[in-house]
Design a protein. Structure first.
Ligand SMILES: *Cc1c(COP(=O)(O)O)cnc(C)c1O
Length: 364
């Protein structure tokens, strides 16, 4: 057992999830694989290559830098950039990345660059705001924006929006309103174009909850990595990542002795505690300390005690038969990232994407 923390990525599980998602959409529906944030904390390049080999024809990332990394690693498929920022627009062109245009301001900035470079039919996507109120042009701007785009040297490859509560139980009044807005957008698009751009609305949980709304494409991230935001949907998928680290030291404490910074934990009886080489700099935040987070060691649950340090944390192993070198599991296919995060009131997305590069990635 090596003396470091590992994120073990199971590529068979990735293929399983990909195939489950493919089976939920028909042959003509495009699967846009979302590999932003280092493929949800795993490894953007490695995962994009695997997904390419599995047949993925389209990728999406959040920012230009992520698309550039994929291009530099040899990914040739189209890459949609969800949230391009003004300072990154030249790079998008340089690396043949496809921006989502989400405001008149960004449209004008990008158009100016495309014209300066005398490009023709540069592929872009149009992001509409249907109620999430995060990013996107509003419906009352749509006509004006489409007029601008139609007279430009841009080619609108897709028009899309994003649901804010796609995992919520149906019927959901908020989602219903978003869908109605998107249907109005669809009408406008179909009326306007002989060869309309692709339309898409669904993220991972949307694919499970609203199979009737697949339109021309879906954008799936978390489900590729094994989660879909509801227990019964998760059951169809396999978490691809396991976070583990070896127990690196054991201490026998007397009643009254304390553990960690600021004496975060005090032994109420003679106790045995274990030390693990993972801390908040690795992505296990301080909210998991003081008995909130639970890890598994030799098949038994152990509480994280005291304050999580930057590079290490401590667990109570008084009732567990263990020795240094034994594997400590934060989450895996059985005790999942959902289970691990539930106690800290957060979601699988946060723990996965927060894992630092210091954790070694290995593949099986
Ligand atoms: C991140 C993101 C997705 C993927 O969402 P999942 O819930 O991970 O499937 C889809 N669309 C947009 C616009 C996103 O930002």
């Amino acid at each position: 057992m090596s003396q470091e923390a590992y994120l073990t990525i199971n590529l068979k599980s990735l293929a399983h999830n990909y195939n489950v998602l493919r089976s939920k959409i028909n042959g003509e529906t495009l699967l846009i694989a979302v590999v932003k944030a280092n493929a949800y904390g795993s490894d953007g390049v490695k995962i994009a290559k695997e997904l390419s080999a599995l047949g993925t024809d389209y990728f999406a990332v959040a920012y230009a830098s992520e698309g550039i990394n994929l291009r530099k690693a040899g990914i040739k498929k189209p890459i949609l950039v969800f949230y391009p920022q003004k300072g990154q627009l030249e790079k998008l062109i340089e690396y043949n990345l496809e921006p989502a245009l989400y405001s008149k301001e960004i449209i004008h900035s990008f158009l100016a660059l495309v014209n300066k470079n005398t490009l023709n039919k540069y592929p872009v996507h149009l992001k509409c705001n249907t109620g999430l109120n995060r990013i996107g042009i509003s419906i009352n701007e749509l006509n004006e924006v489409l007029n601008i785009l139609d007279e430009s040297s841009l080619e609108v490859k897709s028009v899309y929006s994003h649901l804010g509560a796609s995992e919520n139980k149906k019927p959901c009044a908020f989602t219903k309103k978003q869908i109605e807005s998107f249907e109005l957008i669809k009408k406008q698009i179909l009326k306007r174009y002989k060869n309309p751009p692709k339309l898409h609305l669904l993220n991972s949980s949307g694919i499970f909850n609203y199979p009737e709304l697949k339109y021309d494409a879906v954008r799936t991230g978390i489900a590729l990595y094994g989660f879909a935001n509801r227990t019964e949907w998760d059951a169809e998928l396999k978490p691809i990542a396991k976070l583990s680290a070896p127990l690196c030291q054991i201490h026998h404490l007397n009643k009254g002795e304390s553990v960690g910074y600021n004496q975060g934990w005090v032994a109420t009886k003679n106790s045995i505690i274990g030390v693990i080489p993972v801390g908040h700099a690795d992505g296990i935040g301080r909210q998991y300390g003081n008995g909130i987070g639970t890890v598994q060691i030799n098949g038994k649950p152990a509480s994280i005690i005291g304050n999580v340090c930057m590079d290490m944390l401590m667990i109570d192993v008084s009732a567990i038969d263990c020795k240094t070198g034994d594997e400590v599991v934060f989450f895996d296919e059985n005790t999942t990232a959902v289970d691990f995060t539930a106690s800290a009131n957060t979601i699988s997305y946060e723990i996965l994407t927060g894992l630092n590069n210091r954790i070694k990635r290995v593949y099986i």
